[in-house]
Design a protein around this ligand. Structure first.
Ligand code: ATP
Length: 450
């Protein structure tokens, strides 16, 4: 994990937020390369789940929504973590996480009384000072803010803790404006905020993060069929972006472990350096949310199937990925160290679909001829691929720079290029090199990046 954090900071993927003021805990800023990687993931996700299908549309709803949304959805009453405080050093912990760590059980969703009992029976103490704990209490995780200029009289609003509700409250708008027919999905990418009691493990658990979510609306009687179909499609997504099957685990939650709205949940775990942990939650939310919003707003949110002459509140299948956790998973999944000629080589095996850059272009000499040829190719390719031009330092250094940030192909112009119009193309993963005619480069790259 330390190697990954160090690489991410060194190469400008991630920076500690507010670093010049000593930092804000559990908040991270994406640097130039991290931002490129993040945007490439978002674009690829939209291609894979939205534009390459004809049954899913996009939405971008607001972060601030009426507080009635969160009352109706149950977040005001139910969206809390079970917390315990150490009576001696006053440090605060999440009771379910402590139980999971100490007893190796799945504690999410256990009743507070049951957690109290387990802590007492197993004599679990504060890991910092050995003190005893308070009883488990609920802590609502939504951040609050105030609308309007008067702090005292302003209306309280919440920063959204999930993007999903923005989809449910726009269900009727989308039905009327998009002419979608069930089964159909609405996909959304956006920032969410959670006041986590214990955060940490780099970008695994942060206070603000982005989610990639889909609400897939279906006829209730087809719930199992679409749950399985979408889950299979999700498995393909992970292989499409190069995540190894062996790094993923699909864990079905028991009834008492599931969120209050869920009829069935499979958590998709990734093999992080600190163990297999949740990367995505894949749930059948039933008709819970639309029913609650329909009741609270007085708006009819039924779907009328004209052909089958049926009217019903749809069920919804929800794949929900944490984008920042996915970025950490991709860094872990791709990080490689090997020894070449007695020297350590670090490279990041990122899919060409996601890597910040796909191609590095290096002229070996700045003689006005070789570098001109290299620049010409750079200027040609940069409108089609993600290309970086690097003419600084030894060739070895330039390869190392690109290896570490996951650039799959590097093209070098050397003295011989002047005679034969050929360049050396080096592969990130194998370090194998081949000579390719400049005229053939575009079609060669096309075949590499399918
Ligand atoms: P956890 O059990 O880890 O707290 P969760 O079950 O509360 O997660 P969901 O509400 O299902 O998470 O959210 C969907 C996804 O959002 C998660 O699978 C995870 O990838 C991501 N996520 C949730 N909380 C955080 C966080 N604090 N920081 C980063 N990503 C998060």
């Amino acid at each position: 994990m330390d190697n990954i954090v160090s690489l991410a900071k060194r190469r400008g993927f991630l920076f500690q937020s507010s670093g010049i003021y000593g930092g804000l805990a559990n908040s991270w800023d994406y640097g130039p390369l991290g931002t490129l990687l993040k945007n490439n993931i978002k674009n690829e996700w939209i291609k894979f789940f939205v534009t390459s299908r004809d049954d899913i549309v996009l939405l971008d709803s607001s972060i601030l929504q009426s507080s009635k949304v969160w009352e109706a959805s149950g977040h005001v009453d139910h969206f809390h973590d079970p917390l315990i405080d150490c009576l001696k050093c006053k440090k605060r912990f999440r009771a379910d996480q402590i139980l999971e760590e100490k007893l190796n059980i799945k504690a999410e969703g256990l009743k507070n009384e049951d957690m109290d009992k387990l802590i007492f029976e197993n004599n679990i103490k504060c890991e910092v000072c050995g003190g005893s704990f308070t009883k488990v209490r609920n802590f609502n995780m939504m951040f609050k803010t105030t609308l309007g200029s008067l702090e005292d009289n302003g209306e309280t609003v919440f920063l959204r803790p999930e993007t999903a509700q923005g989809i449910f409250i726009n269900f009727d708008n989308i039905l009327k404006s998009s002419r979608v027919k069930i089964p159909f999905g609405v996909a959304q990418i956006g920032k969410v905020f959670r006041n986590e009691i214990t955060a940490g493990n780099f970008i695994f658990r942060t206070l603000e993060f982005e989610q990639l979510e889909i609400e897939y609306f279906i006829n209730p009687r087809d719930a199992d069929k679409y749950f399985d179909e979408l889950l299979k499609y999700t498995e393909k997504w992970y292989s499409h972006i190069g995540i190894h099957k062996k790094n993923l685990k699909y864990v079905e939650l028991d009834e008492n472990q599931r969120a209050h709205y869920s009829k069935k949940t499979i958590d998709i775990y990734f093999n992080f350096p600190f163990g297999f942990k949740e990367l995505e939650s894949f749930a059948n939310r039933g008709d819970y949310d639309l029913t609650k919003h329909s009741q609270a707003s007085g708006k009819n949110l039924n779907y009328n199937d004209q052909e089958k002459r049926e009217s019903f509140i749809p069920f919804v299948i929800e794949p929900s990925i944490g984008l920042d956790r996915l970025i950490l998973a991709l860094l872990v999944n791709g990080y490689r160290e090997e020894e070449v000629n007695g020297r350590k080589r670090i490279f990041l095996k990122l899919s060409h679909r996601l890597s910040p850059y796909q191609i590095g272009i290096f002229p070996l000499l700045k003689d006005g001829k070789i570098d001109k040829m290299a620049l010409d190719l750079y200027n040609l390719l940069k409108f089609k691929y993600r290309v970086v031009y690097d003419d600084a330092g030894s060739i070895g250094k330039r390869y190392r720079r690109q290896d570490e940030i996951g650039t799959p192909k590097c093209i070098t112009f050397d003295v011989q290029t002047l005679d034969d119009n050929m360049v050396t193309v080096r592969d990130r993963d194998t370090t194998e090199q081949e000579r390719i005619k400049i005229a053939d480069i575009d079609s060669y790259l096309d075949s590499c990046f399918i």
